[in-house]
Design a protein around this ligand. Sequence first.
Ligand code: PLP
Length: 382
Amino acid sequence: MKRIYLDHAATTPVDPRVVEAMTPYFSQKYGNASSLHEWGREAREAIERARKEIAKRMKVFPEEIYFTSGGTESDNAIIKGIAWANKDKGKHIITSKIEHHAVLNPCEWLEKQGFEVTYLPVDEYGVVDLDALQDAIKKDTILISVMAANNEIGTIQPLKEISEIARDKGVYFHSDAVQAYGKIPVDYTSLDAASVSSHKIYGPKGVGLMYVKQGTKIEVFMHGGGHERGRRSGTENVPGIVGLAKATELAFDHMKENAEHEEKLRKKLVEEVLGIPNSWLNGHPEKRLPGNAHFGFDFIEGESLLLLLDQKGIAASTGSACSTGDLRPSHVLLALGLPHEKCHGSLRLTIGRENTMQEIEYTAEAVREAVEKLRAISPYGK
Ligand code: PLP
């Protein structure tokens, strides 16, 4: 059976060129980067080369990059680290209602430690309300954390405007850039901190980075042997870091053509799928990640739709793959103002650079058939 992968927001295959770059660092150049002998020096050089290549593409200083185990760790380390280091100045944090749980859950944990968190509303497309942000900032606000692009509905946030507000008020600004990194241009220098994950850009899982602008007051999250200039201890994942650098190079150096390809396929998919009666697109019509299409369908359950598509060899999702087994309506869709019943019939198809127009046409037809089949047996009508 033909298999079509359309779940690139959950994870991506590792690009063969990334595998090739990583391979020597498993069994040939396997030294510990802290060791003083040649094996160690080889590993250290690979890490520092990776740091430089990444910094060059993010247009930041290499010293501002710290390798981590991925997006979740970077979000936790930055949010808890900034909160802890600045608690004498204030204990108020601002984030949005549609953040990933890697941001929302650390914020909830901080609330239990005596911090106060404001969760900003978004409009019907998922864009953060800038007036609400202005109003929410208080004397004791120390951090604003707003994602660059949403993992479920793909909406891109106005980072430039938020960073101007944050700078004007002297508040740190962190952005979870996991879904945006390497896919759309982001001015990292306008941020004080950012989180990045490798497995969303055709790199390996279990590695990522945090960008922390020089001069940012942040407490250490992971204590130990003092790796990453004391900011993130733990023996460095050398193959992973080399893989992240290669994946970064491929994503940034071909960003425009990848985006054009994905957007072309997405537009076709949206056009075809919206031909199905009682269907709609969630997220912003234009300000969205090039490969993200997120649909809603009346009268059906998203999970049943997924199963039917899976039977046809198509990998899709109802939203966030990171909250597995959770059947509650998505917090992102609820924040858009959709009633509960409209949140259940959702389908996220996220396109990658290896997908073809033929695959998109096949998928659109499969979605139409699956929706018709489910509606025919739905007690709620058609
Ligand atoms: N933040 C966002 C927006 C994400 O989409 C994800 C993963 O889905 C994460 C954070 C977590 O990243 P990781 O899987 O590298 O821990």
